[in-house]
Design a protein around this ligand. Structure first.
Ligand SMILES: *Cc1c(COP(=O)(O)O)cnc(C)c1O
Length: 360
């Protein structure tokens, strides 16, 4: 039996994709081998990887000025690759601090010798909102933001319209949940395990002209050009993770019908849960400010915190799992990633209603 999986990441994947992966496990594309047992230089794997890039390109509508790189090391390695490539020793780069992951990126930039500056922060209110005003440097190497804050359940309602440098962003927990407006962006990255596939793959969208401005002479695996110039095949890429992402992208295209449809579905899912929370007479309380709420990660508390443990235990008994808040903040978090269905959100809401009637 499969549970209703509200995990924050790694997270739920479409059942049809998992079934296909299982069916192809022993003999992939009549090669007589698992995809994990074949050279990444084989024509089958090279074609699969190229097709995956094309799927990303067509789903997002990326023009030829964008390169797509398949990296490893998670989103966390991007925290270092960005300053290493684009800030260099003492290079000024601006950061907007909206929570745990942005803080980590900021600290990592210091370790890389860059001179990161805070252009804005929502730490004053426990990262429950997205700042609207920014104190940008005159000409920063880049401006860093985290588009969806997985831990606190906030998402940027709109990105800064005028910036004195290129925007770069961590989109890990909302990548492929909606169409992307890449105006002013030069680089976007996302660890796959939140919305796209298995851990081990990080998808990086990078403007080719921006990649060219990167520092020369870095170790190969830390230099974005290595990925761009070698079609992400400089060394052995995470073949199995790319293959699962390929199937997820085809599911997005063929079953869902593209990113506009996915966004509409995600909005409906989020509205279903937020509306119930907002009409629970305070029994449940959303933690993010209304104008900054994330449709991907819905964070909330019970007015009586002592009820949170029984809430999680009883939810689990009913097959609703992964609802505990991030270990740094506690509370409840329902992650409603692409593969989580609307009827599963309705099942959660029905449970929350029963729990409230019993304990309210
Ligand atoms: C999960 C997450 C990360 C960390 O990703 P790793 O792949 O484990 O390094 C970074 N940023 C955001 C927004 C996340 O949700």
């Amino acid at each position: 039996m499969r549970f209703h999986n509200f995990n924050g990441g790694p997270a739920v994947l479409p059942q049809s994709v998992l079934e296909r992966v299982a069916a192809e496990m022993l003999d992939w594309q009549s090669t007589g081998m698992s995809i994990m047992e074949i050279s990444h230089r084989s024509k089958e794997v090279a074609a699969m990887s190229a097709e995956t890039q094309e799927l990303v390109r067509s789903l997002l509508g990326l023009g030829p000025e964008w390169a797509i790189a398949f990296c490893q090391g998670g989103a966390s390695l991007q925290f270092a690759m960005l300053p290493l490539n684009f800030a260099g020793d003492g290079g000024v780069c601006d950061y907007v601090n909206t929570g745990l992951w942005a803080t980590k990126a900021f600290e990592e930039a210091k370790l890389c010798g860059a001179a990161p500056r805070l252009a804005a922060s929502s730490q004053d209110e426990a990262f429950t909102y997205i700042p609207r005003e920014f104190d940008f440097s005159a000409s920063p190497k880049y401006i860093y933001l985290c588009s969806n804050n997985t831990v606190r359940g906030t998402r940027w309602p709109a990105f800064p319209a005028k910036t004195p440098g290129p925007l770069v962003g961590d989109f890990s927990s909302e990548f492929m949940s909606r169409p992307l407006d890449l105006t002013n962006f030069a680089l976007v990255f996302a660890g796959a395990q939140k919305n796209v596939g298995p851990a081990g793959l990080t998808i990086v969208l990078i403007r080719k002209d921006f990649a060219e401005t990167g520092k020369k002479g870095l170790p190969h695996m830390l230099d974005y050009r290595t990925y761009v110039e070698n079609d992400s095949m400089y060394n052995t890429p995470p073949v199995h993770a790319i293959y699962v992402a390929n199937l997820v992208f085809k599911w997005l295209r063929d079953t869902i019908g593209g990113l506009d449809k996915m966004e509409a579905l995600n909005e409906t899912k989020a509205k279903t849960l937020y509306d119930f929370i907002d009409h629970s007479s305070g029994f449940y309380r959303g933690t993010a400010r209304l104008d900054s709420r994330s449709p991907m990660n819905v964070t909330y508390r019970l007015s009586n915190p002592e009820l949170e443990k029984p809430f999680l235990e009883e939810a689990k008994k009913e097959g609703l799992v992964g609802l505990g808040g991030h270990r740094s903040v506690g509370g409840i978090r329902a992650s409603l990633y692409n593969a989580l269905r609307l009827d599963e959100v309705e099942t959660l809401v029905a449970f929350m209603k029963r729990f409230m009637e019993k304990n309210g």
